[in-house]
Write a protein that binds this ligand. Structure first.
Ligand code: APR
Length: 308
């Protein structure tokens, strides 16, 4: 294969992304972790699944960044995950230090790569990668909105008893308690859900979407979600490697778009070989705009705490 994807962090999310990329034969995969043996063991296990999946992807597990050299895309999932009762923001200081160290290593070995941060708190971690790496903003694109909208699509499809393939959901803002699901732009076969569901049901779906991560953390008892986050990051990797120019909600560094400047927030972007090739601005109502600004300010506050 002539493409290379590195996944940093061979935990629950990292292994799920690595497997998704290998199964879909999108690229050769390097899985890196600080734990010795774990990335090697998981990578070998995935490699041995490839004959069954019909994939000739090579999967390598390592503790050495030299093996990641020349990666096209680097997905960062290294860090600690939430425990019950913790918010994503509680992970801030620990994951900041991990993110900084990981970023320095990946840009040294893959200066041309596109980085997809997944570690939480997501938008702040994107800002850390962006500032520490010195990469152009197009090449740092965070995974959050794809996951949040997948959760919303799941709930819409279940409520209306329709195929998930008919659903489309729009979620803006930071990946946290202030995320902004947009029912007006969320559709079933092109029909806005505001035409199909009553307000109380929509409110219920919106609340469940915003609490989607916490719902799973509570059920698991230890650790946080990884199947849907893994699928979401894989979709982004696919959009980049295949230059699909797919419009997806992603965390991106805004420079005046939506009236927001100098901070990573989730908005619809066009994702292709160049990374974020365009930022799609949609018209927001006053309430939606205020919610997005509130969300951006919540990210800003955390950015100030770590000082990037
Ligand atoms: N370099 C490389 N890997 C690291 C480092 C580091 N400096 N520090 C920690 N790790 C690795 C851990 O060894 C572990 O294998 O990151 C992995 C994290 O895996 P899990 O604990 O299983 O966490 P996971 O559920 O995968 O979540 C990772 O993604 O969705 C977010 O909120 C989630 O921030 C969390 C991250």
């Amino acid at each position: 294969m002539n493409r290379k994807v590195t996944v940093v962090g061979a935990g629950h999310v990292g292994a799920t992304v690595a497997r998704g990329v290998a199964d879909k034969e999108l690229a050769d995969v390097v899985l890196l972790d600080i734990l010795e043996g774990v990335p090697q063991g998981k990578a070998l296990d995935m490699l041995e699944a490839c004959p069954i999946e019909g994939s000739d992807a090579r999967v390598l597990g390592t503790n050495d960044y030299a093996d990641t050299a020349g990666s096209d895309v680097v997905v960062i999932t290294a860090g600690i995950a939430r425990k019950p009762g913790m918010s994503r923001d509680d992970l801030l200081q620990t994951n900041f230090k991990i993110m900084k160290a990981v970023t320095e290593n990946i840009v040294q070995h893959s200066p041309g790569c596109i980085v997809v941060p997944v570690t939480n708190p997501l938008d702040v971690m994107c800002q850390v990668v962006y500032k520490v790496s010195g990469l152009p903003r197009e090449r740092v694109v965070g995974m959050a909105g794809v996951l949040d909208s997948a959760r919303m699509r799941t709930f819409i499809a279940a409520e209306l008893k329709v195929s998930v393939e008919n659903t489309h959901a729009f979620v803006l803002g930071g990946h946290g308690d202030t995320m902004v699901p947009l029912p007006r732009y969320s559709t079933v076969a092109g029909i806005p859900i505001t035409e199909l569901l009553d307000q109380a049901t929509i409110d219920r779906i919106v609340t469940r979407t915003a609490n989607g991560g916490a719902e799973i953390v509570k059920l698991l008892g230890t650790g946080s979600a990884y199947y849907a986050p893994g699928s979401a990051a894989t979709e982004m990797v696919e959009a980049i490697l295949k230059d699909k120019k797919k419009i997806l909600p992603c965390s991106t560094y805004l420079q005046g778009e939506y009236g927001i400047d100098g901070v990573f927030v989730g908005v619809p972007v066009k994702l292709g070989a160049g990374g974020v090739e365009d930022i799609i601005e949609i018209r927001l109502e006053a309430g939606e705009r205020a919610a997005l600004e509130k969300s951006a300010n919540a990210v800003r506050e955390l950015v100030a705490v770590v000082g990037v």
